[in-house]
Every structure is written in structure tokens, then in C-alpha cells.
Design a protein around this ligand. Structure first.
Ligand code: C2O
Ligand code: CU
Length: 700
């Protein structure tokens, strides 16, 4: 049987390099398919590269489906794809500065999530392991596109299911446009001179189905380029742009062109480089992207060349350098030079870019002088446990590993003391690599990055600013992007907090999320809230924490009143408080906010101090007032009109409810509506913890 017959043929035509002979020996296990050809001994024909369709606009719908694909004639493989794709998904085009809504429907029979890899957005919109989409369910992620023009991607991120869902094909590219990139004379006709290239490899069983056995299938035997086996593409004889993503499970690529011609790196993960960098090889690890310009203008029509993975003889620890073909560490492509894409040169287009720009942009990176905090994360071994974890601890969904103060510039050093290379990725930010212990930072790594190679024994240091988005309840992830490693626990999570010191730690000093942080409203709760409208507000007469008298009658004599119900330990109640203070401040003295907390006076005072609110608070340890108003959960907010009638109760908060509240205040107080933005408020309704009386034991 001839394996890699195709690539052996190529090596005959190209004298400039020699492609290694296909390895001998059997693939792992019986029933593993080794050569997906209908009749063995024949060269597999090239197949035309699939170019993912485009989705654009401000409202985008994605659905993840089980589907099928024929990777070679006569075979049908069960796959996953977004929308109509048979493997992978459409390319989503976004414009910097636009507010977008991405709606995702999960048509699988297991949970999924969709993470927008590389995008800077609120943690709750990030699609990490906490934003689960149930089978048959949907999820909407709304955010403002902040990132620079570059190539990003989306993929599933449900903890322990990421490798599986990616193996079946779930993923897609995101291309962001911005005014700087748009003004440059660069190839940008998608599918013509601007070509998306997504590389991954798969192993097949003899029945043509993907082999998915966890760590045994980290390296595929067959390369898929945009899901196409043995891909070829026709490119015009002119300057072309390739947007390359390594979407592998674990394999790295050390790629170049078959005639060793130089090409130009113009963009890294998170944006353009200052200038194009001329190279002949690029090392691209799982999760990384690079945009390159290749000059085909002197190539003859009808000629061809190949994009090649020069993966033979890579250093120890390079993922995919292990010799051998057997699982768990070998594959038919390991430690081998192999073709990634066959390029057929066709006539140039009338409209074309002819030269590589000299300057692309002017990046302003963070500098060491701006660093507010330094930390180290170690890829290490868990004692008696997983081979690869961060700082000795396997990922735990309910534990926060790091807390970053909002607005800080941080220096992170990632060390790897294990006998294998990894790829490190962090959510929320784009960073700047400032040093590598394994040598100089390669010039093409000098741009904005969100993912990098962490070789065995090396440490890598980067600077990032954790700006704009804070939450004390929704974490961001950092992890090895090798899906098998991430699923096995090489992942951690961090909160970006406005006030890290106010976060509650357990006796071991660890910040734990509550189990079941989500508090869904029941239909009964919703209808109770709706029935409150236009009813008289329950009267009360009490004092605030400072001993000042507070009564419903006095409070609503002239002004509208906002009663804000607080659960003493609920993080959502802390998060929402500043927004209510913001509403009140916006209307000057035209309305009153009063907090009602299920705590004794001492606890209530401590709460007010950590949150830093100035509005009066009523301590309601036995929940008498809370029950009278029917408040079931923290962040219930009741608006009372002057005269004492309930206008509305909000059973939680979001940017939308805050805007609605603000509009009501304007009307009730006959003032102009304040143009409040609530940019950092959650998009979906956040419902707090149940409001229960303080138990006897807790009251001292
Ligand atoms: Cu590309 Cu945490 O992911
Ligand atoms: Cu890893």
C-alpha cells in the first residue's frame, strides 16, 4: 500500500526539497484506516479547496448541527458544522466599533458553548465554559467590536467536550475590518486574493468515521485544509494574502513555500504588524493565526507551487515531531514534511495589488514601565494526577485562579517545566510578548498576540492591559490550546475586578464561585412581579443604618423611589449597586434610592462600606420588608411613583432594565431623560441569590 502517494509525487517534481518517505508500519489499532483511497496504489486526486461562506451584519445567526461530509469519493463521515457547513463553519465578518449580536443555536444533543477567540469583550459574552448552551437551546452574545482588523476565530469551549466537538469539525473564522487596515493597499477580495486557510488533521476508522479516543487522537493521519483533503486552489499571478489558522488539536506547523521563496507576515493574532516582515518559514501552533502576503506576480500561468509543512526534524517537544505512526503520540504525518495546499497559478486579475506595502500601522504596545503587577503561571505536573496542569492544580469550574484589577497593565510569565511543548492562550486581552527564554522573540511574534508556543523548559513573558470589562462573577479563561490538554485540566480562570480586595475568599484564600450561580426566574415569580404594577406600595416606617427615619410616605411625598433589594452575600447585588447609584446621580435629587438588605446592622454597614454606595440602607434581617414587597431574589428593584403606587418591579438587572428604569425616572420626575450608556452592564438579565432571613446562628 502506498501512503502519501500524492506528496511523494510532488517531491519528484520539486528538487528544492525532499519530502520524507511515508512512514512504514501500521496505524494504531486494528480497524484504523490508513489510506482513504477507493483503490489502493492510486494517487489521490486533488480536491478543490472549500472556501467558507460569509456571514456579515450586526445580527448574526449561527447554529451548530450534526451533519455529514464526504472527505473522499465514496466515503461519508459524520461531522459537525455551523449553519450549512459540512465541517467547520461560515466566516463571520465584523467591523470595528459596531455593536453586534451573535445568536447561537445548539442543535447537538449535548451542551456546547461558542467562544470568540481573541476578542476583547465582557466575560459573560465570551462563550467560555461557563456560558453553556443546552441541547436545543440558544444563547445570544452582544458586544461592541473592539479589536483591530485581523483574523480571529470561534469554536466550542464546553469543559471536557472541546476536543470532541472540535474533532467533529465545529469552528469558524472571524475577520475584523477597521479603518486603518481598510485604507491600505492590501489584497482583500475574499476567496480570490484573500484566502482563508484553516489547518487540522484527523484520523479515520476503516468505516470512514473520525477516530475520537481523546488523547489517542491528538494527531490526525490526514490533513484537512478548510476541511478539504488533498486541497488545491487556483490563485491569480499577483500578490495574494493568506489568512492562516492552526486549528489542530495538538500538531504544530513549521510552514513555508515549496521553492523556499520569501513571503511577508503582515498580521499576527490581534492585528497588523508595524511593517511586513520577510520570512521563509513560520512556526504556527494550535490557536495561532498569521496573515501573510505571497507574491505570485512572476509565476507563469499554469505553474504550481505548494504550501508545505516542514515538520521533519523539529526540536524535541515540538507537537507532532514524535517519531512513529502509532497512537497516542505518533501519526502518519508526524516528523514529516508534507504538503498543506497545492497552488495552481492562473491569470492575474485586472484589479490587483502589485506591491507589498512598506508600512502597515503604528502599534502602541505596553511597556515594562507601565506594569502595575507581575505574576507567573507554571505549566507543571499535578502531584499524583494529570501530567499537565497550571501551578499544580487541575482546572476547577468553581475556583478562581487569578484576580486582576481592572485597568492594570500586567506582566505574565508562563513557564513550562514539562517535557513537552504547549500553546498558551488567554481570553479578554491581546498582549505583547517581551521575552522568551528559548531565544529572541521572532520578528513575526512582535505584533499583538493572544496565543503562543510555550516550548518545553522555556518561559515566555508578555504584557497585557486588562481594560474595560470587569465582573466579580464571570471569569475569563487561560489555558493550553491543545484541546486534549485543556479538557484534561490545563486551564485556569481569572476575574477582572474593580475591587479585588472585596472578593470573598474561603479559609484557604481561594475565591470560589457559588454552585449554581445562575438563578433562573420561575414563571410564578415573573407573573407575581407583573401583578405588582399599579398596586399600592406596602407602607413602612423604619430607620436607615445611620438611624435616620425612613418612611414610605415621606420618601414618596414628592419624588419617585427606587427600592433595591440586596442579598448580603450575593455578588450580583454588589455588581448592580453602582449602576443604581449612577441612575440616581444622573437625575440629581429628583429620585431616591434606598437599599434593603437581609442582614443585621453590622453586616449591612460592612456591605455598604465594601460596595462604596452612599444611598440609605435598611437592615431587614428577618426579611419582613423584603417579603412585603415580594422580593424573591437579590437585585429585585421596585420603582414607586410619587404618592406611593408601584410602577414596576424588575426581577434582576441588565443594560436594558437600567435604561427602562432611567426612562421611567425621567417621566416621573418630569426631567429630561439622561443619556446613560451602561456600557459595562450585562446584556442578559442577571438575577441574584435567593433572599432568605438571617438564620438565628448567624446573628450574634
Ligand atoms: Cu480558542 Cu479558550 O480558546
Ligand atoms: Cu498543552
Amino acid at each position: 500500500m502506498k501512503r502519501h502517494a500524492l506528496w511523494i509525487t510532488i517531491s519528484v517534481c520539486l528538487s528544492s526539497f525532499a519530502i520524507a518517505q511515508a512512514p512504514k508500519g501500521q496505524g494504531k489499532g486494528k480497524g484504523k484506516r490508513e489510506t482513504p483511497t477507493a483503490s489502493s496504489g492510486k494517487v489521490r486526486p486533488y480536491q478543490n479547496l472549500w472556501i467558507p461562506p460569509v456571514l456579515s451584519g450586526k445580527a448574526i445567526d449561527l447554529s451548530l448541527n450534526k451533519t455529514k461530509k464526504s472527505f473522499w469519493a465514496g466515503a461519508t463521515t459524520a461531522t459537525y458544522g455551523y449553519n450549512d457547513a459540512q465541517f467547520w463553519g461560515p466566516t463571520v465578518f465584523l467591523n470595528q466599533g459596531e455593536a453586534v449580536q451573535l445568536r447561537v443555536k445548539n442543535n447537538l444533543d449535548e451542551v456546547t458553548t461558542v467562544h470568540w477567540h481573541g476578542l476583547h469583550l465582557p466575560a459573560a459574552m465570551d462563550g467560555g465554559p461557563h456560558q453553556l448552551i443546552q441541547p436545543g437551546g440558544s444563547w445570544t452574545s452582544s458586544f461592541v467590536v473592539n479589536n483591530n482588523a485581523s483574523t480571529y476565530w470561534y469554536h466550542p469551549h464546553p469543559h471536557e467536550l472541546t476536543q470532541k466537538q472540535m474533532t467533529y469539525g465545529a469552528g469558524g473564522l472571524i475577520i475584523i475590518r477597521d479603518p486603518i487596515e481598510s485604507k491600505l493597499a492590501l489584497p482583500r477580495t475574499y476567496g480570490v486574493d484573500d484566502i482563508p486557510l484553516v489547518f487540522t488533521s484527523r484520523r479515520f476508522y476503516a468505516n470512514d468515521q473520525f477516530s475520537f479516543e481523546g488523547d489517542n487522537d491528538k494527531y490526525g493521519d490526514y490533513l484537512l485544509t478548510n476541511g478539504t483533503l488533498d486541497a488545491q486552489v487556483s490563485l491569480p499571478a499577483q500578490l495574494v494574502r493568506l489568512r492562516i489558522l492552526n486549528a489542530e488539536i495538538e500538531r504544530g506547523y513549521y510552514f513555508g513555500l515549496s521553492d523556499n521563496r520569501p513571503f511577508y507576515v503582515i498580521a499576527t493574532d490581534g492585528g497588523l504588524l508595524d511593517k511586513p516582515i520577510q520570512v521563509t518559514r513560520v512556526k504556527l501552533m494550535v490557536g495561532e493565526r498569521v496573515e501573510v502576503l505571497v507574491d505570485l506576480s512572476n509565476d507563469k500561468e499554469g505553474s504550481s507551487l505548494d504550501l508545505v509543512a516542514y515538520n521533519s526534524g523539529m526540536e524535541f517537544g515540538f507537537p507532532g515531531s514524535e517519531p512513529g505512526v502509532r497512537a497516542p503520540n505518533g501519526s502518519l504525518l508526524n516528523n514529516l514534511d508534507f504538503g498543506m495546499l497545492h497552488i495552481n497559478v492562473t491569470a492575474p486579475k485586472a484589479q490587483r495589488i502589485t506591491k507589498v506595502p512598506e508600512v502597515l500601522t503604528r502599534n502602541r504596545f505596553w511597556t515594562s514601565a507601565e506594569v502595575n503587577n507581575r505574576r507567573t503561571v507554571r505549566i507543571s505536573k499535578q502531584r499524583g494526577g494529570e501530567a499537565f496542569v497550571f501551578d499544580g492544580k487541575s482546572f476547577d469550574m468553581n475556583t478562581t485562579n487569578q484576580v486582576v484589577k481592572l485597568g492594570d497593565v500586567e506582566e505574565w510569565t508562563v513557564t513550562n517545566d514539562r517535557v513537552f511543548g504547549h500553546t498558551f492562550h488567554i481570553h479578554d486581552v491581546q498582549f505583547k510578548i517581551i521575552s522568551r527564554s528559548d531565544g529572541a522573540v521572532p520578528t513575526f511574534e512582535e505584533g499583538w498576540k493572544d496565543t503562543f508556543y510555550s516550548p518545553s523548559g522555556a518561559s515566555v513573558t508578555f504584557l497585557a492591559k486588562f481594560d474595560d470589562y470587569a465582573s466579580d462573577t464571570d471569569p475569563f479563561m487561560y489555558h493550553c490550546h491543545m484541546a486534549n490538554h485543556e479538557d484534561a485540566g490545563l486551564m485556569g480562570q481569572f476575574l477582572v475586578s474593580r475591587t479585588p480586595s472585596s472578593l470573598k475568599r474561603n479559609s484557604a484564600g481561594v475565591i470560589q464561585f457559588r454552585e449554581g450561580m445562575e438563578h433562573p426566574l420561575t414563571p410564578v415569580m415573573i407573573s407575581k412581579v407583573e401583578r405588582q404594577a399599579q398596586t399600592p406600595a406596602p407602607a413602612f416606617s423604619t430607620t436607615d443604618l445611620a438611624g435616620n427615619p425612613l418612611s414610605l410616605a415621606a420618601l414618596t411625598a414628592k419624588k419617585p423611589l427606587i427600592l433595591y433589594f440586596i442579598e448580603r452575600e450575593c455578588p450580583c447585588a454588589r455588581d448592580a449597586a453602582p449602576f443604581l447609584a449612577q441612575v440616581q446621580a444622573a437625575y440629581g435629587d429628583a429620585c431616591t434610592v434606598v437599599g434593603v438588605i437581609n442582614a443585621d446592622t453590622t453586616t449591612a454597614k460592612a456591605w455598604a462600606k465594601t460596595v462604596g454606595t452612599r444611598f440609605p440602607i435598611i437592615a431587614d434581617p428577618d426579611c419582613a420588608l423584603i417579603r412585603a414587597y415580594g422580593a424573591e431574589r437579590a437585585v429585585y428593584t421596585t420603582l414607586v411613583a410619587p404618592g406611593g403606587t408601584i410602577v414596576k418591579t424588575y426581577p434582576g438587572y441588565s443594560a436594558e432594565t437600567l435604561k427602562d428604569l432611567s426612562a421611567h425616572i425621567a417621566r416621573l420626575s418630569a426631567s429630561a431623560e439622561s443619556p446613560l450608556k451602561f456600557a459595562n452592564a450585562p446584556v442578559k438579565l442577571i438575577v441574584g441569590c435567593p433572599l432568605e432571613p438571617v438564620t438565628f446562628a448567624a446573628v450574634k
